[in-house]
Design a protein around this ligand. Structure first.
Ligand SMILES: [Mg+2]
Length: 449
C-alpha cells in the first residue's frame, strides 16, 4: 500500500474538479450507457469517505447502507489519489476479486452439507441469512479452487496483454493452458477441485490440441466460477470479452451451455462494474442472450469445438447454450418476484453445480440484497447447493457494483491470497500487466503457496 497524496475531491460538491480527470459530475449515473467505461464516471473519493455516485441510492455515501467501517478518509491503496479513473477502476475490480474470494471462503464449509444441517450448525436465523462472518482458522480465511482458478485466469489475461499486446485467442490460449496446468500440479490444489477441471487438465498435460482435452459434455460451474477477471480487464471490447469468457471455459468445459453461461456471467460482472443498476441487470442479461444467441465465436473457439453430437452448425451449437441460459433467467425472474430472503435460494434457481444455475443462484442472492453485500454473500453461502461457487459469484457481482467499500476492511487482512488478489486487481484495472505482475500467483504460477 502506498501512502495517499492530497485529497482532491469534496464529497459535498455536485460538480468537482479532479486533477487529471477534468470536471467530474457527481451522480447522474443512471443515464450512463451500459458498456461505457467507469473511468471518471461513477464515484469519487472524498474527504471523509466516498462522494455520492453510481446510482446506488446513496449506498456508497458515508453512513450509507454498505458496510465500510474503517474506510472513511483512507487514501486509495493503489493510485494514491493520483488519478481518479484509476482509483475508481481499482476499487471496483478489487471489490469483485476480493468479493469472489470472500464468498468462496464463506461458502466452503457449507458446500457439501444438507440445508437443514447448515441451518442447525451455523445457527441461521429465520429472518436473516446468518452471521456474515468469514470462517477464520489460524488467522486465515481459506479459499478453494474457485479463487485459485480465478487467479489463474487473471494471470493468463495479464500475461496475454503484457507489453501492450491486444487480447487475442492466439495470446490467451497458451497462457490459460499454462496457468491451468500450474494450478493442477500445485500441492495447494487440494480444495475439493471439480472433476471436470481435473480431468481436462490431465488431458491438457499430454499436449496436443485443447479441443481434444476439453470435456465436451460438461457444463459444470467450474466454467464460470473463475470467469470474473475477464469482465474486469480494462480496455477490452465486448466481442473480445465474450470470446475470452467462452475460451477460458472451453479449455476444460466444452459444453455450449458452459460457454454461454461463462459469457453471461462475465457480462453481468462487467455491467455492474460500469454502473448498470442491479434492478436493471436481469433485463440487461436477457438482451445479451438475445444478441449473442446465434453468434459462434470462431475467432476465439476455432472451427472444431462445435462439431459433435449437439448441432449441425456452429450457430445451432451455441444457441443451445444460450437457450439454456434464457431458461434459467426465467427461473431467476420467478424467484425475484417471490422475493423470499429466508428460504434456500437453490429451491428455484437451482443448486449451482452446473454453470447456468450457479450464475442464476449467485445473481439471485445478490439481487435479494442489492444494497447489503455482506447479507448477499451470507445468503449465498448458506445454500444447499454448490455454496462456495454460488457465493463466489455473488461476491463478484456485489464487489463489481460497490467496490471494496462493500466489504468489511478487516476481511482483507485474513483472506488467503491477499497479495495476489491485490496484484491482479491492479493489473486488471490498468488494462495491462502493469508493474510487479510478472511472477504469477502462488498457486497458478507455481511459486509454492
Ligand atoms: Mg470450490
Amino acid at each position: 500500500m502506498r501512502a495517499g497524496a492530497e485529497l482532491a475531491v469534496d464529497g459535498e460538491s455536485e460538480d468537482v474538479a479532479v486533477e487529471g480527470a477534468g470536471a467530474f459530475e457527481v451522480g447522474g449515473p443512471q443515464e450512463q450507457a451500459a458498456g461505457e467505461d467507469v473511468h471518471g464516471c461513477v464515484f469519487a473519493h472524498s474527504r471523509g469517505g466516498y462522494a455520492r455516485g453510481g446510482g446506488r441510492e446513496g449506498a456508497l455515501r458515508c453512513g450509507g447502507t454498505v458496510p465500510e467501517a474503517g474506510r472513511q478518509g483512507r487514501a486509495c491503496g493503489w493510485c494514491g489519489w493520483r488519478g481518479l479513473g484509476a482509483c475508481v477502476a481499482y476499487e471496483r475490480v478489487a471489490g469483485a476479486m476480493f468479493g469472489s474470494a470472500y464468498g468462496d471462503a464463506m461458502g466452503a464449509p457449507t458446500e457439501f452439507l444438507p440445508y437443514a444441517q447448515i441451518v442447525r450448525r451455523f445457527d441461521v436465523p429465520d429472518d436473516a441469512p446468518g452471521a456474515g462472518e468469514l470462517p477464520v482458522h489460524g488467522g486465515v480465511a481459506m479459499v478453494t479452487d474457485d479463487t485459485q482458478m480465478a487467479l489463474a485466469v487473471a494471470d493468463a489475461l495479464l500475461a496475454a496483454v503484457e507489453d501492450g499486446h491486444a487480447l487475442s485467442a492466439e495470446r490467451l490460449t497458451p497462457r490459460l493452458r499454462g496457468r491451468y496446468l500450474a494450478w493442477w500440479q500445485s500441492p495447494d490444489n487440494n480444495r475439493a477441485p471439480g472433476t471436470t477441471c481435473m480431468q481436462a487438465c490431465k488431458a491438457l498435460a499430454r499436449g496436443g490440441a485443447w479441443e481434444a482435452a476439453t470435456r465436451r459434455g460438461s457444463k459444470g460451474c467450474g466454467a464460470n466460477m473463475r470467469v470474473a477477471p475477464v469482465a474486469l480487464l480494462d480496455g477490452v471490447s465486448e466481442a473480445d470479452r465474450c470470446g475470452a469468457a467462452q475460451l477460458q471455459s472451453a479449455l476444460t468445459h466444452g459444453h455450449p451451455t458452459a460457454l454461454a453461461a461463462s459469457d453471461l456471467t462475465a457480462a453481468a460482472v462487467h455491467a455492474l462494474r460500469v454502473g448498470v443498476a442491479p434492478r436493471d441487470l436481469p433485463g440487461y442479461l436477457r438482451a445479451h442472450v438475445g444478441q449473442q444467441r446465434s453468434v459462434y465465436r470462431g475467432d476465439w473457439l476455432g472451427d472444431e469445438l462445435w462439431r459433435g453430437p449437439f448441432a449441425s452448425s456452429p450457430e445451432e451449437f451455441i444457441a443451445r447454450g444460450w437457450d439454456e441460459c434464457a431458461g434459467v433467467l426465467d427461473r431467476l425472474d420467478a424467484a425475484l418476484l417471490l422475493g423470499d430472503r429466508r428460504a434456500d435460494p437453490c429451491r428455484i434457481t437451482g443448486a449451482g453445480w452446473i454453470a447456468e444455475e450457479a450464475l442464476a443462484t449467485g445473481l439471485l442472492c445478490f439481487l435479494l440484497f442489492p444494497d447489503a453485500p455482506v447479507d448477499a454473500l451470507t445468503r449465498a453461502a448458506m445454500t444447499s447447493g454448490d455454496s462456495d461457487s454460488i457465493a463466489a459469484l455473488a461476491g463478484a457481482f456485489a464487489g463489481a457494483a460497490y467496490g471494496m467499500a462493500a466489504w468489511p476492511e478487516a476481511w482483507a487482512g485474513v483472506v488467503e491470497y491477499r497479495e495476489e488478489l491485490e496484484r491482479v486487481s491492479a493489473g486488471l484495472a490498468a488494462g495491462t500487466a502493469g508493474s510487479g505482475t510478472g511472477t504469477g500467483t502462488g498457486v497458478a504460477g507455481g511459486a509454492g503457496r
